[in-house]
Design a protein around this ligand. Structure first.
Ligand SMILES: [Fe+2]
Length: 282
C-alpha cells in the first residue's frame, strides 16, 4: 500500500519496462518475472503454507455466506479456487483471461502508483505469491496472496467491475499532480478495498440494513473487517464519487463511515462521468 495515497498496490518483483501507451500491451523486461504476458512460475509451498490457505479459505467461505455480493460469489466459483492447497497464479490468470480478458502479473514488492495505474490500464492485476504466517491468520500488515486472490480477483471476472477497474487505470495515467493522485486513492479505498453494496442505497424509504453486502477486497479478506463493516457501528452513506474523492481516510484504523453502491453499473458509470469531468478520461 502506498503510504502517500493508500492505494494498495500489490508488489513488484522486478523493473518492468513501461514504454507502451495505455491501450498497448507492455512487452519487454530484463527478467521474465514481472513481465506482462510471461509465464508465472509457482514457488514451492511447504505443507504449513498449504495448511494456512486451507484454514483461511474455509473460514472465509463460512463467514462470507450471506454477507457478500452475488457477483463476488459468481467470480469465486468461476475461478475454481482449490480449497486444499495454495492456488497456482497461472491457473487463476487463465480464468481471468477467459472471463474478462484480464491477467495476473506476479509481483513481490510495493508497486508505485504510476506502475499500478499502467498495469490496470493494460488489464493486468498485480498479485503476490507469498502467504502469511500461520500466526497472522487474523491480520497481516502487508497484503498477501490471500488478500490479492480472494479479495480482488473474483470481481475482476465481472464485466462491469472489470470495466470500471480498467477505466480507473486509464484515469490514473492521466493524473497531473499529487492532488489528483489523492482523489484516485480515496476512490480506490472506498470502493475497491472497502466498498459496500445495497440495491436501495439511494432510496432511503426502501433501504434496509440487512440488504447491505460487501464487495471491497479489504473487507472480504478480513474476518474482523467483515463483521465490523456490516455492524451498526459503521455509518453507511450512499455512494457519491465526487464526495468520496474529497474524503480523507485513516489506513491505520477501522472505518467509521463506508459507502454503498446500488450496483456495479452505478460504480462504473459514475466513475466514468467523474473522470471525464475531471479530464482524466476521454
Ligand atoms: Fe487490496
Amino acid at each position: 500500500m502506498s503510504r502517500e495515497t493508500g492505494i494498495p498496490t500489490g508488489r513488484l518483483s522486478t523493473e518492468v519496462e513501461f514504454k507502451a501507451r495505455p491501450s498497448e500491451p507492455i512487452r519487454k523486461s530484463p527478467s521474465p518475472e514481472g513481465t506482462i504476458g510471461s509465464a508465472i512460475r509457482p514457488p514451492h509451498y511447504a505443507e504449513e503454507q498449504h495448511g494456512t490457505w486451507r484454514e483461511l479459505y474455509r473460514r472465509q467461505c463460512e463467514i462470507l455466506e450471506g454477507r457478500v455480493c452475488n457477483e463476488y460469489l459468481s467470480g469465486r466459483e468461476l475461478l475454481q479456487y482449490p480449497s486444499d492447497k495454495v492456488p497456482d497464479l497461472a491457473y487463476l490468470s487463465e480464468g481471468l483471461r477467459r472471463s474478462t480478458g484480464w491477467q495476473i502479473i506476479r509481483v513481490e514488492g510495493y508497486v508505485p502508483e504510476h506502475i499500478f495505474f499502467r498495469l490496470l490500464a493494460n488489464k493486468c492485476f498485480p498479485c503476490t505469491d507469498f502467504i502469511r504466517h500461520p500466526t497472522e491468520l487474523e491480520y497481516t500488515p502487508a497484503p498477501d496472496m490471500f488478500h490479492d486472490l480472494m479479495g480482488h480477483l473474483p470481481l475482476i471476472t465481472n464485466p462491469r467491475f472489470a470495466s470500471f477497474f480498467h477505466a480507473y487505470g486509464l484515469a490514473g495515467l492521466q493524473v497531473r499532480n499529487d492532488e489528483e493522485i489523492a482523489w484516485l486513492g480515496r476512490i480506490y479505498w472506498f470502493t475497491v478495498e472497502f466498498g459496500l453494496m445495497n440495491k436501495n442505497a439511494h432510496k432511503p424509504a426502501q433501504r434496509t440494513p440487512k440488504e447491505t453486502v460487501i464487495y471491497g477486497a479489504g473487507i472480504v479478506s478480513s474476518v474482523g473487517e467483515i463483521l465490523h463493516s456490516l455492524s451498526d457501528v459503521v455509518k453507511k452513506e450512499p455512494f457519491n464519487v465526487d464526495a468520496i474523492s474529497q474524503r480523507p481516510f485513516d489506513i491505520h484504523h477501522m472505518q467509521d463511515t463506508l459507502f454503498e453502491i446500488a450496483s456495479f453499473d452505478e460504480l462504473e458509470s459514475e466513475f466514468r462521468r467523474w473522470a471525464s469531468e475531471k479530464a482524466l478520461l476521454v
